[in-house]
Design a binder for this molecule. Structure first.
Ligand SMILES: [Zn+2]
Length: 113
């Protein structure tokens, strides 16, 4: 039961239910985990203003892997890909609607005789 409460105390944000809060107040394992979490948060907060330089060659590597793009609008390749994706989706939806309409028309003709 203690392990389950420790697991719950670690997962629930804030104080949580009263049983979890009282467990946190008395469990040394949960208090140690909370202290490690606070320490990690302080360490991460201290890194917030630090800027890491990009490794040498990263820029050239990224640009080499990108597809050829229009120099006037570097987003053109992305826009063309998005347009193709939407056109394909519209085609699938259109074909589905045509099939539904054909099925309804056939059912209507059978009903009429
Ligand atoms: Zn605990």
């Amino acid at each position: 039961m203690r392990d389950a409460l420790c697991l719950l105390a670690g997962r629930l944000p804030g104080q949580g239910p009263a049983a979890v809060a009282s467990h946190r107040a008395s469990c040394l394992r949960c208090q140690a985990a909370a202290a490690r979490r606070r320490s990690l948060q302080r360490s991460l907060a201290a890194l917030a203003d630090e800027v890491a330089p990009a490794p040498a060659g990263l820029r050239d590597g990224v640009l080499a892997r990108l597809e050829a793009q229009d120099a006037a609008d570097p987003r053109r390749a992305l826009v063309a890909r998005a347009a193709a994706r939407y056109a394909a989706a519209a085609g699938v939806v259109g074909a589905t609607l045509v099939a539904l309409a054909a099925g309804l028309a056939r059912r209507h003709q059978r009903a009429l005789g």
